[in-house]
Unconditional design. Structure first.
Lengths: 389, 155
């Protein structure tokens, strides 16, 4: 139903295709695809795969010369670990001014996109990312709720120089969650309420023709209060029993470094992340345990023709300080090959294949419980067609 | 075996990097520029430097000095003059500009560029959109109505 409504709304707005004189602008993306997995619960519980739908609708307007408003809704379907439906991606008021001779400073209030790495802020926009699935080392889909967007205040300062542009962002807010957050972090079939204590980040970015260099530090704490009777499987060492789930918190720190080198026909990207998780409670213990999920990837893109881009990527993740003898849990390697074809100016077809070894990124990401029947060597094949207006 | 895989991947990337580094760098002399900026006359006289032109056309600078929102008018991304303008005047590759447009539009309040089929319609758009900026080559200079459009070189 919501899908129909959204479709109706978008066609209405499309019909009124905004002309140049209008101060309100409407843009969007419509896409459809399929992600097939050979095994494991990364996309769906059965290990087969799921349809991928990503539709976006953005509206931007002005209140006064220095104050703009904008909002974007996203309709997304992406398997069992994602809460299908419409969500507000951002809804913000921007006050823009300039304290210096060149560049701009902006104060953003409301729900804004979190910048992290080169792709997080547009991770659900097919035209702004290199592949259908982003490298999981740095853009883990099962921690997307920590970094997707926040409600609060963001300050951005943009400074252009002869050789490139420098941007600084500082943000103070709270993360928003979807209903599958318990499934992907703790365990399935246990309900409760999540609340963001805070989500702060600071991001530096240098962008020139040849080099893009970025640094991001995000600190996010989320708290959990279980519904009465919520249970979690617990491995006693002698067998798995169910124990009551109690209040808990994840205190996380994400540090991301990005380096991208661009040539006329080639683009090379290296990004690395260190994620620290301080886990308190959940299992009834008062102490806390720390773990880390670090990773990096190397990616090469070749612009074969104006329309066709080829991609090759090596992606590696490591889960540290995990008391498990099974190495498969603590590692994941993903070799990806992809092709992107802009067969018409506003149309794009993406096809990609991932050969994966290990299951560090399978849910639940806290690894407080272990998914059953996980296979160490598995693959993902994805296809997506997208258009924008 | 996995170490071999990794080494194989790394060497492909290294070879590609070496090959690309040996290619001739793309650059153009500003003095031989064939391009002029055109903007709506309501904006008044402006001096636009190269770094400002880059900020405007990559949607990173959203406001004019008078506070109004910048509206970029561009030829289609596939047009050869668009590609020349991006490479010669903005010192960027066309694929970088395409990605920046998608990023700025779908994560912020930046106005999406309006695309024109040809220079004629681009000029028409700039003339009737009060916050608009675009670009032309010297061949279009004659077609400009100076009451509605100001023509300038990048400083």
């Amino acid at each position: 139903m919501t899908k129909l409504l959204l479709l109706g709304l978008s066609s209405l707005l499309l019909a009124e295709q905004v002309n140049a004189e209008d101060s309100i602008q409407v843009n969007g993306v419509v896409s459809a695809g399929y992600i097939a997995t050979s095994d494991n619960n990364f996309i769906d519980k059965g290990g087969d795969g799921a349809f991928l739908t990503e539709n976006l609708l953005r509206i931007v307007g002005e209140i006064s010369p220095s104050i703009a408003w904008s909002g974007q809704i996203v309709y997304r379907e992406a398997g069992d670990n994602y809460d299908d439906g419409v969500r507000i991606d951002f809804l913000q008021l921007d006050y823009t001014t300039n304290f210096f001779d060149t560049g701009e400073q902006r104060f953003t209030l409301g729900r804004y996109k979190n910048r992290q790495g080169l792709y997080n802020e547009t991770r659900d926009v097919p035209f702004a990312r290199p592949s259908i699935l982003l490298p999981q080392s740095v853009y883990l889909d099962n921690t997307r709720n920590f970094l997707l967007n926040s409600d609060g205040l963001k300050l951005s300062s943009f400074h252009p120089f002869e050789s490139g542009d420098f941007t600084l962002e500082l943000a103070f807010g709270k993360s928003s969650f979807d209903d599958k957050f318990t499934d992907v972090t703790l365990t399935e079939n246990a309900d409760g309420d999540w609340e963001s204590e805070h989500n702060y980040y600071f991001d530096l970015r240098w962008e020139s023709q040849a080099w893009t260099v970025g640094f991001n530090y995000t600190d996010a704490t989320v708290e959990f209060e279980p519904d009465a009777g919520a249970m979690i499987p617990f491995d006693t060492g002698f067998g798995i029993i169910s124990i009551p789930l109690v209040n808990g918190a994840f205190d996380t720190e994400f540090t991301t470094v990005s380096i991208q080198h661009s040539r006329k026909e080639w683009e090379f990207t290296f990004e690395q992340i260190e994620r620290k998780f301080e886990t308190t409670g959940f299992l009834g213990t008062t102490g806390s345990a720390s773990s880390s999920l670090d990773g990096y990837y190397l990616q090469a893109r070749y612009f074969l023709t104006e329309e066709i881009t080829l991609l090759a990527r090596y992606d590696e993740s490591n889960y540290k300080k995990l008391a498990s003898a099974d190495k498969g849990i603590s590692e994941a390697e993903d070799k990806t090959f992809g092709i992107s074809w802009n067969f018409l100016p506003d149309w794009q077809l993406n096809i990609e294949y991932h050969e994966v070894h290990g299951y560090a990124w399978l849910p639940p990401i806290s690894k407080l419980t272990v998914p059953a029947n996980s296979k160490k060597d598995w693959s993902i094949t994805a296809v997506q067609i997208s258009t924008r207006f | 075996l996995r170490i071999l895989h990794k080494a194989f991947f790394l060497s492909i990337i290294l070879i590609a990097l070496t090959l690309s580094a040996s290619a001739e760098p793309e650059s153009a002399e500003a003095s031989s520029s064939n391009f002029f900026l055109v903007y709506n006359a309501e904006l008044g006289d402006l001096e636009i430097t190269r770094k400002q032109a880059r900020s405007l056309f990559t949607l990173k600078q959203s406001k004019w000095i008078n506070g109004s929102s910048v509206q970029v008018i561009s030829l289609n991304s596939t047009n050869k003059y668009h590609k020349q303008f991006v490479e010669q005047e903005l010192n960027l590759f066309p694929y970088q500009v395409k990605r920046l447009w998608a990023r700025q539009v779908f994560s912020s309040s930046a106005k999406k560029p309006i695309f024109s089929e040809d220079f004629e319609s681009l000029i028409e758009h700039v003339a009737r959109t009060k916050d608009a900026i675009g670009y032309i080559t010297k061949d279009q200079l004659k077609a400009i109505d100076n009451d509605k459009i100001i023509v300038t070189r990048i400083k």
